[in-house]
Ligand binder design. Structure first.
Ligand code: ADP
Length: 549
């Protein structure tokens, strides 16, 4: 329902309840027994924006006056009573919403205290107004009138304002609980109002009210309380049950023992129970939430530990694999060396050609062993983060030329393999460890030579692109099968082609090249097509300044 509709409905209820309250008030009492109109007006003000309040104030005043008058009260008293009710609604709404700056809440003991005080203050307004009137019109003592009106309004307001005060959510009650509650309500009412009952057992209704107020959603409780209030009023009027109809000669004590104070007391107890229970529930929920957090943190820590264990296990496995690969790689050339040396030792009559051939083999295997040892040391240094390049400002062109010089093409292949080098005609400054970068280029060039059997070409060139220098090595060789390409930078990885064609190598060169590039803030990359050739490159940041030559 939209705001305007709710406001209109509330104003209609103000009129109807005022009328009914007067109509159902005892003939000689002069005051009503169950005055809901002001509370309804206050609820309408609480849910409305501040700018609507003056109009609502006026409407509450006019409609309660109209209800009073229609119900049979003298027209002259109407404006005063109307004003009293409007002030009451306004004071309650103003204080409960902190001057319309917050919503009315009932979530803590402090809220509850404030709720009682505010409702009591509001209820005092019509009491004062009635006192004023009673002086002139009603033949009653002041305290009785004041207490009567005050308690009547207090009881109704305490119930009604629950409609608009935000309360901690109550869990939806189970159907069995609702049934049990209704049965208890009916039984308590029946016993209280049994015609034969001479004893006042109205207190039986107290647990019913407390039960509804503390266990059921606000609206249910409010509706039940209003219905109960109406019922008690009707019975009281008919002269049945514990609450006698208020009479003209009522005393203060009889007023306080009447149905209004009974209702107000019940609602007070119910609210105190409800707030206590809600706070208890909240504390319980907070504890559960805290416990969940602790559990989540514990299981996250366990998970981290498990992951660390897995990581350590896989590092351990990698280390073992590395050791067994290295020993295997070392054993192959060593076995060859030992074999050739034995041959040389055993046969003193070897021809000089055969001897030279065997010595050449020993020397090549020794070189391979040396290269392997160096590579392994380098890998170990990288792993231990001991690799610290000695950076200087140099001209990358020198690096490229030096590396190309170092990568010698075997004499037997001079005719079939063509190597070209292109460098820009201006210096390309870079802040790098020249030896290391040479090593990268050397690795690329020697791979290109190794993997380009027969006739072919190797092209080495240096180019700049913005702030990056790229050294590329292109060959027209075997290329790398698609499936192997993603593993090419792995340590000890060699393609089947490399193994089958007995191309010498350790499978460490590219992995070392990548760590050197990364230690210089650079990257390595390649493209390759099987059977067509490959291009490997290293990108390095260009430095400012002119390198010394
Ligand atoms: P190595 O050359 O010592 O075997 P690398 O790490 O330098 O080790 O290279 C790893 C593998 O990558 C080589 O064994 C080879 O299979 C492949 N590869 C490297 N460069 C080329 C190339 N230019 N052409 C074809 N295959 C290559």
């Amino acid at each position: 329902m939209g705001l305007h509709r709710r406001q209109a409905a509330a104003m209609l209820l103000v009129l109807v309840t005022s009328y009914l309250a007067v109509r159902t008030s005892p003939g000689d009492a002069g005051v009503s027994e169950w005055w809901l109109a002001s509370g309804i007006g206050a609820c309408a003000m609480v849910i409305s924006p501040r700018r609507h309040v003056p109009v609502l104030f006026l409407l509450v005043a006019v409609l309660t006056w109209a209800g009073n008058h229609l119900g049979g009260r003298a027209a002259a008293t109407g404006p005063w009573l109307g004003l009293g009710n409007a002030v009451e609604s306004y004071v309650i709404a103003l204080l409960l919403t902190h001057n319309w700056s917050r919503s009315a809440t009932l979530q803590s003991w402090a809220d509850l205290r404030r709720y009682f005080i505010v409702v009591a203050l509001g209820s005092a307004a019509p009491a004062l107004m009635s006192v004023g009137l009673s002086l002139s019109m009603l033949d009653r003592s002041l305290p009785v009138i004041a207490a009567w009106v005050f308690i009547n309004h207090l009881g109704c307001n305490l119930v009604l304002m629950l409609m608009v005060a935000r309360r901690p959510p109550t869990p939806q009650p189970a159907p069995a609980e609702v049934l049990g509650h209704v049965a208890f309500l009916v039984a308590a009412t029946a016993i209280t109002y049994a015609p034969s009952n001479q004893q006042s057992v109205a207190f039986l209704l107290t647990p019913v009210v407390v039960w509804a107020g503390s266990r059921f959603p606000s609206r249910w409780a409010v509706l039940e309380l209003i219905a109960l209030g109406g019922l008690i009023t009707a019975f009281a009027q008919a002269g049945i049950g514990p609450f006698e109809v208020l009479s003209a000669d009522a005393t203060l004590v009889s007023v306080l023992a009447g149905m209004q104070s009974f209702m107000a007391t019940n609602v007070l107890i119910a609210l105190m129970f409800a707030t206590g229970l809600a706070l208890e529930r909240e504390r319980g929920l907070a504890m559960v939430a805290h416990q969940r957090e602790v559990e989540a943190a514990t299981s996250a820590a366990l998970e981290r530990e498990r992951e660390a264990n897995v990581r350590m296990q896989s590092m351990d496995r990698a280390k073992n694999e590395l050791i067994s690969t290295i020993s295997h790689e070392l054993r192959t050339p060593l076995t060859s060396i030992v074999g050739y040396v034995e041959l040389l030792e055993d046969d003193a009559n070897l021809g000089s050609e055969r001897r030279a051939d065997l010595l050449g083999r020993v020397s090549r295997n020794a070189d391979r062993l040396l290269a392997l040892a160096k590579d392994v040391l380098r890998i170990a240094a990288v792993d231990e983060r001991e690799f610290m390049p000695d950076k200087q400002l140099i001209d990358l062109r020198d690096c490229v030329l030096a590396a190309q010089d170092a990568a010698v093409v075997p004499a037997s292949r001079h005719d079939e393999l063509k190597i070209t080098v292109e460098v820009p005609n201006r210096p390309v400054p870079a802040f790098v460890d020249a030896q290391e970068i040479e090593r990268v280029v050397f690795n690329f060039v020697s791979n290109a030579i190794k993997f380009t059997p027969g006739a072919g070409s190797v092209r080495v060139w240096l180019a700049t692109l913005g702030a990056t220098a790229r050294i590329s090595v292109e060959d027209s060789g075997l290329g790398i099968p698609q499936d192997d390409q993603k593993r090419i930078f792995e340590r000890f990885f060699r393609t089947d082609v490399a193994r089958q064609n007995a191309v010498p190598g350790t499978g460490l060169g590219l992995s070392i090249a990548r760590s050197i590039a990364e230690a210089h803030g650079g990257t390595v990359g390649f493209i390759s097509h099987e059977g067509e050739g490959s291009t490997f490159w290293v990108d390095l940041p260009i430095a400012l300044g002119t390198p010394a030559r």
